[in-house]
Design a binder for this molecule. Structure first.
Ligand code: MSP
Length: 468
């Protein structure tokens, strides 16, 4: 048994959650559940990122004090963890006093170790990204993700000596000691590192809503440094120190640089073990544009769950395109998956097999799922974050089982009085249904439970409702 530490990014609370946020969390949850089912000890962490200019501006716009605003929106993210049926072990907030103190102490240590110095800086700041952008990154003078012109900022700030770590980080990623997945992302980040690393500012003079720099109270800690440290502070706050280092950080591609470059450098400077893996996923797009509040094309995950149920949403977001790539999402596509794969495929198979068992008054075994070779292969896909492929393979098993039933026509055998044949055929089909339930457990936890329950009780009802 090994300790597995899996994290989602902590979410900005400048606005309520959208489906893009739910995506990272669902993926992390599938992996966490998979590991637990395998018998590993898991610490699955998520939470909210609450300081900085972006949040302060949003609070002001809403006529609220930042903390009051943060409490309100953070609650929505926390309640989304319940809606999506996430199995997170902890939910961290960067405004927790324990976290704030941890960050201050951590930075003081880096300062004492001479990794931090003061310098003037001028740059183009995108509040949406909470980072400086280079001219090269702009499209028509604007941030391509937020479609906004960045602000020119000139400040004297505290800087971290990121440039000292260039060769080390390059080697760590190149050798997969820090494994950046998928491979294309690894190549992308190596290419960027090879262009050189500049030191990075770790404080802000102009931002009040933040943790005070302990040796200079005129500045607050840069929100990204504050946020990254959640992964460490949480292991202390929630008494999980033996879970360090993280097995995997799951992040969207917009925040790969922070996780694959700045974060390991900070950990190296402070003398901590490094995360083993960083899995970088793509964006949800709507008609080709990244889903975001700023663009105004968001889908509300809470409404989706209310209407279709958590499992349908969980299935849809991981089934439609490979985890790692971008993909266009829509309600029509979700309904297509519900009616086809879920109600028509899995729901139909379970229903058919269980009602045949019931009609024939058979007493069959429902215990001890033995994974087939195929089942083991599928689990390997889940372990490697190939969620779409795993689901495709599971649904091939479903289609095969449905076909076998159509071909064997057990209802005919029953009419002909071939009781033993019916019994052995249905036992094998029931075992298949139970294996499938086992394989879908991390993805569709409620559905898997329901199938197992109905198999035992033979108190049957439809598992999915089709839409019209
Ligand atoms: N607060 C930072 C993360 C700090 S972690 C130490 C942040 N927050 S975020 O709320 O903007 O984004 C959180 C996650 O949601 C990221 O992984 C991001 O990629 C993901 N998504 C936000 N919009 C998304 C889509 N449209 N599609 C897929 N994922 C997206 O960044």
């Amino acid at each position: 048994m090994a300790n597995k530490f899996v994290t989602t990014p902590i979410y900005y609370i400048n606005d309520v959650p959208h489906l893009g946020h739910a995506y990272t969390s669902i993926a992390a949850d599938v992996w966490a559940r998979f590991q637990r089912n395998k018998g590993e000890k898991v610490f699955f962490l998520t939470g909210t990122d609450e300081h900085g200019a972006k949040v302060a501006q949003a609070a002001e716009k809403n006529g609220k004090e930042p903390k009051e605003f943060a409490d309100e929106i953070s609650d929505k993210f926390e309640s989304l963890t319940k809606d999506l049926n996430l199995s997170n072990d902890a939910f961290i907030r960067t405004t927790d006093t324990n976290h704030e103190k941890y960050v201050a102490d951590f930075l003081q240590d880096l300062y004492d170790k001479k990794f931090i110095y003061k310098k003037s800086y001028e740059g183009l700041y995108c509040v949406g990204c909470e980072k400086y952008l280079t001219e090269k990154e702009l499209v028509d003078g604007k941030c391509p993700d937020h479609d906004k012109t960045p602000e020119k900022q000139c400040e004297e700030n505290w800087f971290f000596r990121l440039s000292d770590f260039k060769d080390k980080i390059e080697k760590l990623i190149d050798s997969d000691e820090i494994e950046v997945l998928p491979k294309e992302r690894k190549n992308e980040i190596l290419g960027k590192i090879r262009q050189g690393l500049d030191d990075v500012s770790i404080s802000r003079k102009s931002v009040e809503w933040g943790i005070k720099v302990p040796w200079d109270e005129t500045q607050t800690v840069y929100v990204w440094i504050d946020a990254l440290l959640n992964y460490l502070s949480a292991t202390q706050i929630f008494d999980k120190k033996d879970f360090w280092p993280p097995s995997v950080h799951i992040v969207g591609r917009d925040i790969m640089w922070f996780h694959a470059v700045i974060w390991p450098a900070i950990l190296l400077a402070a003398g901590y073990d490094l995360p083993k893996k960083i899995f970088v996923h793509g964006y949800f797009t709507v008609d080709g544009k990244k889903m975001s509040k700023t663009v105004g094309n968001v889908i509300d995950p809470v409404q989706l769950v209310e209407k279709y149920g958590a499992d349908v949403v969980r299935y849809y977001v991981l089934r439609d395109f490979p985890f790692g790539e971008d993909g266009d999402v829509s309600i029509e596509k979700l309904e297509g998956r519900l009616n086809g794969d879920l109600a028509g495929g899995l729901g139909n198979l379970a229903q058919r097999v269980l009602s045949l068992v019931k009609q024939n008054s058979l007493e069959l075994s429902t215990s001890g799922v033995n994974l087939s070779a195929k089942g083991k292969e599928i689990n390997k896909l889940t372990e490697e974050f190939k969620f779409q492929q795993a689901l495709i393979e599971i649904w091939k098993l479903i289609a095969d089982a449905n076909q076998e039933i159509a071909k064997a026509e057990p209802w005919k055998l029953a009419k002909e009085g071939k009781k033993e044949e019916v019994k052995s055929f249905l036992q094998s089909q029931l075992s298949k249904v139970l294996e499938i339930a086992d394989l879908v457990t991390p993805y569709l936890p409620e559905t898997a439970e329901e199938i197992k329950k109905q198999a035992k009780s033979l108190d049957l009802k439809p598992i999915f409702e089709k839409t019209n």
